[in-house]
Design a protein around this ligand. Structure first.
Ligand code: XMP
Length: 516
């Protein structure tokens, strides 16, 4: 792999993603990992990330300088570049001028890492410390007003460093620089793509599972669907999927799982319609956290029951259900402490937990993948776009998009309004631009309207379109007025009880994405 050494920057994951976008496999490691352990991974190249510290601070994160003698091509970015310069005897000091954001950069030597670069270009920087002089053996490639050494290289030792951030889109030639480093400087071939990942995972899953039985919970979301399809490709009918329909899904979603997904994959599926059960349990409840608790609890119990059924069936034919598939992704693994062990994975809140007396081994075929890679694999496996490109959707579903008590009628109204919004957004080609667009029913709010010469007393629907990279922060999406108009007209015409459509134009923070 290409190792991305994380110095505590929010950019490290982004760097790993950019490397993979060049079709080369990358892994994140913490800077505290012993160098011997890093080298044991047989890295083909190493990238040192940026970080919030300054190299002079007490306790500033460092790295064993032995790494620079390992003969592995290496690129230092921002803080990683300063660490490289500092450790190898260059001069690093407070910058005469801090540079934050777009920075005009002069390329002095159009060679090596910067071969083919225009002499003047904008880069995106964030530094108050600068490399004042490069270590012996390095040539200086670029400078800016605040950074006398903005880029340097030692082609003999294959060591490269830049002050700017090539991983952010604000550096227009950033991705090209990453490619130049990996392909030209480190000589790496492209060998990471969807079909390669599938072939590799299929072989691993077969070796691990043997002739045992495997079970998988489907939530209706992308991750569990792709994980199931991948495992199915490997072991076919040894896999049984369980889908619990809690009645809180959006229009058509349960059918997509039960019909389109099964048709595309040929998977053996047990679908449980528990919607009435959920409605009964939610009667009279309007407090959001209680709703979540009831839905989560009920989901686990229902899933457990279906699971036991599968286990008993398998037992009758003399086989054993030994494995459970989970759609854990790489960001979950990294956020919960990383490592290769299965100990500290985040539980997949959509598919419920495991009964205490049932012990499964986990199969997590997406553990090393980012969301965009999961989507590419889903497409390669032949899953329909409606599943592969589905927006993130909360486990408790529409249950937390009805502000107030949940009832069948209210669910039907919201389902209709949501379907209209989704349809119009798709028609306008905005699906891949927005992160998600919750549609919320303010069920207990009533406002006066006039529809067909009659005064009405109905509830408002809220549109909450947001743009985001990871749902941690979000901005409200500036949807075109025509699209808003089309959604509003259709919802008020087609949904009984709705006489008003409003737009939520709040970022996160201070608001969350969902209303409950
Ligand atoms: P918030 O509302 O906290 O949402 O800004 C962030 C992301 O998480 C989703 N979300 C949930 N997902 N169970 C889930 O599985 C939940 O209870 C839940 N609440 C929020 C939300 O849709 C957004 O993508």
């Amino acid at each position: 792999p290409v190792l991305v050494v994380d110095f505590g920057a929010q950019y490290a994951q982004l760097i790993a993603r950019r490397v993979r976008e060049t079709h080369i496999y990358s892994e994140l490691v913490p800077h505290s990992m012993p160098v011997s352990e890093m080298l044991a991974k047989d890295p083909k190249a190493i990238i040192l990330s940026g970080g919030p510290a300054s190299v002079f601070e007490d306790g500033a994160p460092g790295i064993d300088p032995a790494i620079f003698d390992a003969g592995v091509p290496m690129l230092g970015i921002c803080y990683g570049f300063q660490v490289m310069a500092h450790e190898l005897g260059g001069k690093v000091d407070k910058a005469a001028l801090g540079e934050y954001g777009k920075t005009p950069t002069s390329i002095d030597q159009v060679t090596g890492l910067l071969a083919g670069s225009p002499a003047e270009q904008d880069t995106w920087m964030s530094h108050g410390v600068a490399v004042q002089s490069a270590p012996a053996g390095f040539e200086v490639l670029a400078h800016t007003e605040g950074a006398p050494v903005a880029a340097m290289q030692d082609t003999d030792r294959k060591l490269y460093g830049i002050q700017w951030h090539p991983e952010v889109r604000h550096t227009p030639l950033g991705q090209r620089l990453i490619e130049t480093f990996l392909h030209e400087c480190a000589g790496l071939p492209d060998d990471w793509d969807a079909s390669g990942i599938i072939a590799d995972q299929v072989a691993r899953i077969r070796a691990k599972v043997g002739d045992a039985q495997v079970i998988c919970g489907l939530s209706g979301g992308v991750d569990s669907a792709v994980a199931a399809a991948l495992v199915h490709k490997a072991i076919g009918q040894q896999l049984t999927c369980v889908f619990v329909d809690h009645g809180l899904l959006r229009k058509g979603e349960a059918d997509q799982v039960k019909h389109d997904f099964v048709a595309a994959t040929g998977i053996k599926l047990i679908a449980v319609d528990a919607s009435q059960d959920f409605l009964d349990a939610l009667k009279g409840v309007s407090e959001p956290e209680r709703k979540r608790k009831i839905i989560g609890e009920k989901f686990i119990r229902t899933f457990e029951k279906a699971q036991r059924h599968v286990i008993e069936e398998a037992g009758r034919t003399g086989t054993e259900v030994k494995f459970l598939v989970q759609g854990t992704l790489y960001p979950d693994v990294v956020e919960s402490g990383g490592g290769d062990g299965a100990a500290n994975i985040k539980s997949h809140h959509n598919v419920g937990g495991l009964p205490d007396d049932i012990k499964f081994e986990l199969i997590e075929p997406l553990r090393s993948l980012f969301k965009d890679e999961v989507r590419a694999i889903g497409t390669e496996l032949g899953l329909p776009d409606e599943i592969v490109w589905r927006q993130p959707f909360p486990g408790p579903g529409l249950g937390i998009r009805i502000v107030g008590e949940i009832s069948k009628e209210r669910l039907d109204t919201l389902r209709e309004a949501d379907a209209i919004a989704r349809e119009e957004l798709s028609k306008a080609g905005l699906d891949r631009e927005i992160w998600q667009c919750p549609v919320v029913l303010l069920a207990d709010v009533h406002s006066v309207g006039v529809q067909g010469d009659e005064r009405t007393y109905g509830s408002p629907i809220v549109l909450r379109p947001v743009s985001s990279e990871d749902a941690m922060t979000a901005d409200w999406t500036r949807l075109p007025y025509e699209v808003l108009a089309a959604i509003s007209t259709r919802i008020t015409n087609e949904c009984r009880q709705i006489n008003r459509v409003v737009l939520d134009c709040t970022s996160k923070p201070p608001a969350t994405i969902e209303w409950e």
